[in-house]
Design a protein around this ligand. Structure first.
Ligand SMILES: C[S@@+](CC[C@H](N)C(=O)[O-])C[C@H]1O[C@@H](n2cnc3c(N)ncnc32)[C@H](O)[C@@H]1O
Length: 225
């Protein structure tokens, strides 16, 4: 089995082309959590993929960087930013290749749920954020992951690897499931102040099962205490 961190190498090119026109609800909701003016802000996108969001944040004035564990994704996104050296780096959420106190904003979209354990990521985010820095992340909603368990007599609390359907069924990735209390862990609540929360249905990012409507993602905006 390809490691969950490396699985995007298989379809990086395909992923690159599928963004257009999809993820509309997701993107509108996610972007609404960022200041409209990010001038002079340093920003890091965790699991930046092919860098679509980095392009958006740069347009708002940010000095943006990204990391991703897929060599192919890093290669594709760096081609878009030929002139800016080392903007997108190969790296893991659990070992972020940047110095302490570097960023005003750390963000992530549809990425950190790929890791089995969330707390090591929070520790790294705390390390690289400046004091009062913001952490804005969007993940596959735990209710959606519960539904992705598919079988009868599902156990919400049991960590399992599930198939997650992306882009109206055009791609399938495997991810470990998480509970809401893993995201809102004691470590998180002790170190971050929650500024905003949202959860939404996105037809391009949720499976149609018996007409059920459920949240595709949840967003948390927090400030480092
Ligand atoms: C669903 S994609 C999201 C990409 C982008 N944020 C977007 O919204 O289009 C998830 C990304 O996270 C990356 N990834 C998964 N596990 C990772 C890890 N532990 N560290 C860094 N990147 C990781 C994958 O390679 C992939 O590019």
């Amino acid at each position: 089995m390809v490691s969950q961190n490396k699985q995007y190498n298989k379809f990086a090119e395909e992923f690159n082309g599928l963004h257009k026109g999809l993820d509309k609800v997701t993107n509108l909701s996610y972007y609404s959590y960022f200041d409209e003016n990010l001038k002079n802000k340093t920003l890091l996108d965790l699991g930046c993929g092919e860098g679509v969001d980095i392009k958006y944040f740069d347009k708002l004035g940010a000095n943006s960087y990204g990391i991703d564990s897929s060599e192919k994704m890093v290669e594709i996104s760096n081609k878009k930013y030929e002139k800016s050296n080392n903007k997108i780096r190969l790296g893991y959420f659990e070992n972020i290749p940047f110095k302490d106190n570097t960023f005003d904003v750390v963000c992530s979209k549809y990425s950190i749920q790929t890791s089995e354990n969330i707390e090591p990521i929070y520790r790294e985010v705390k390390r690289v954020l400046k004091k009062n820095g913001e952490f804005i992340f969007l993940v596959v909603h735990p209710i959606r992951q519960f539904i992705e368990k598919k079988k009868k007599q599902k156990d919400y609390f049991k960590k399992e690897i599930v198939d997650s359907i992306l882009f109206s069924g055009k791609l399938v990735v495997c991810e470990p499931t998480h509970t809401i209390s893993e995201y809102l862990s004691p470590y998180f609540l002790n170190n971050f102040e929650i500024l905003g929360f949202d959860e939404k249905y996105d037809p391009s990012n949720a499976e149609e099962i018996n007409g059920d409507k459920y949240p595709a993602f949840m967003i948390i905006k927090a400030r480092l205490k």
